[in-house]
Design a protein around this ligand. Sequence first.
Ligand SMILES: Cc1cc2nc3c(=O)[nH]c(=O)nc-3n(C[C@H](O)[C@H](O)[C@H](O)COP(=O)(O)OP(=O)(O)OC[C@H]3O[C@@H](n4cnc5c(N)ncnc54)[C@H](O)[C@@H]3O)c2cc1C
Length: 342
Amino acid sequence: MAIIRTSAVPLTSISTFRMGGTVAEMALVESEQDLQELFASMPADRKWIVIGGGSNVVFPDGDSDILVIRFAPADIRFEKIDEDTTHLIAPAGAVWDSVVAFAVEHGLSGIEALSAIPGSVGATPIQNVGAYGVETSDVFHSLRAFDVTTNEFVSFSKDDCRFGYRDSIFKHEGKKRFVITEVSYALSTDEPNVPQYPGVADYLASQSITRASLSDIRNAIIHIRSTKLPDPREIASVGSFFKNAIVPRIDAEKLKAEYPTLAVFPINESLSKVGAGSLIDTAGLKGKRFGTISVYKNNALVLVNEGGATREELKNVVEMIIGEVQKKFGITLEPEPELLEF
Ligand SMILES: Cc1cc2nc3c(=O)[nH]c(=O)nc-3n(C[C@H](O)[C@H](O)[C@H](O)COP(=O)(O)OP(=O)(O)OC[C@H]3O[C@@H](n4cnc5c(N)ncnc54)[C@H](O)[C@@H]3O)c2cc1C
């Protein structure tokens, strides 16, 4: 066990949006004990932040003396609960997609639709990561976290986490208090549910698959995502830049009648979800470049840092997009990634 310290770390190297200045120090911890020791050795007023893959944050420009804490990857383990359920227990530093691959290889269903989402396990509860009709909260069992106010490790049940759409307690009163060290997911040995999305059906049909296995579903999702989302190794983005809008169903139906290209999905009797990408696309912004920032040509939900973008430039483009969508549809979009200030 060891804490590996690096100084003068450029934030562009630890964020998929490749924005930000430099931080004085980064500490890579390998275990819960390392984390506890690190906090014990820190002056109370030392600013700190935990970062995983840096795929859902936008770092500020300029230099900062904040300490960036990251977790080294560690082993995933299983706990068989009964015939149908196995808990997959993953450390915060594990790469999320390697956990999905591991579950699929071991015949455990529940997270295959969440294939190819960048980032680490420790961040998945923060915004209740989701895609293709599945959220990590659907299979969440519990997590362990370090409480920096008491210097103790605590457990959270699903109810304790107060999950919502791209939301949890860790974005509110749990922020800057709990460092997640391990997450347990309750997976199943049952037949997988095939996500009911046209792209998935088209992919399975193109492969002549009539009864999809876990790996067929994973392959379908990886294939679809590769056509719609930029590969962070090649194109700098944080994936979806805006959350989908949740609006009264009656308003969504009126908008859909006026603008048939909008993606509208009823959620319940009174509410509908309107795809943020379809709002930006229908507002005519897809593929447009505004200096260093562009709206991705294959998916209007994604903003791309074309190189050297500053926070001010990003802020101006984000405000312009929110303004255009508000003017045309009366809906106010909210950014999905965290725009950090140190
Ligand atoms: C191409 C692309 C596609 C994407 N697709 C999706 C998608 O389909 N669905 C989706 O939901 N998201 C998606 N995302 C966003 C992102 O991948 C997820 O939000 C992911 O969970 C972020 O993980 P991370 O490790 O990179 O978190 P980071 O960006 O490093 O951190 C995010 C937040 O979590 C906090 N955090 C990180 N680790 C811990 C910890 N151990 N304890 C406490 N707090 C912690 C950070 O302080 C920060 O507040 C996508 C991003 C990209 C670039």
